[in-house]
Design a protein around this ligand. Sequence first.
Ligand SMILES: [Zn+2]
Ligand SMILES: [Zn+2]
Length: 183
Amino acid sequence: MLIEIAELELHPIDFQEEFLPDAIDLGADVRQTSVLKTSGRAQLVEEHHGKHKVIKDIRLQGDLATTLEVSCARCLEAVTQNVARAFDLLYRPQGTDAGKEEISITAADAEIGYYKGDGLLLEDMLREQVLLSLPLKAICREDCKGLCPHCGKNLNMEQCSCTEPMEDPRWAALKEIRNKLDN
Ligand SMILES: [Zn+2]
Ligand SMILES: [Zn+2]
């Protein structure tokens, strides 16, 4: 759904949409397992710069909900994440902030984005918001034992026969250096 500036100039747009799994490309590591529902309102916000320059921003307010499946960061098993979040975002025309110090705004303030051309694709906003709602590292449970670094078995399912816990390779490398220095 394209939210068009031309239409926003006439009136705000209320939206209520449902997206089936795979309708929005979330990348290879995230699977949408239920319908994504979103509703809200888009409106035009005009920034007046001087007498003649008007910058047309799009303000998007609303909420979204869906269910996602990602891999556990330790054991790689599927983890289900329910996502429900409200948003209040401002999209400025792309290039508005180019070359100014405001360009760093994206990192500090995720509430501001940019749109290209005639308007903003709702799907683009949703992709961004859905991915932002995921934890950096999802784990299937607090005490997930992960995979054995020797044989790759899922230690939540079975105990493998590798008895010695594997040394962190970084420490092993340090130890090697120290041995060389000692000799
Ligand atoms: Zn796990
Ligand atoms: Zn093992």
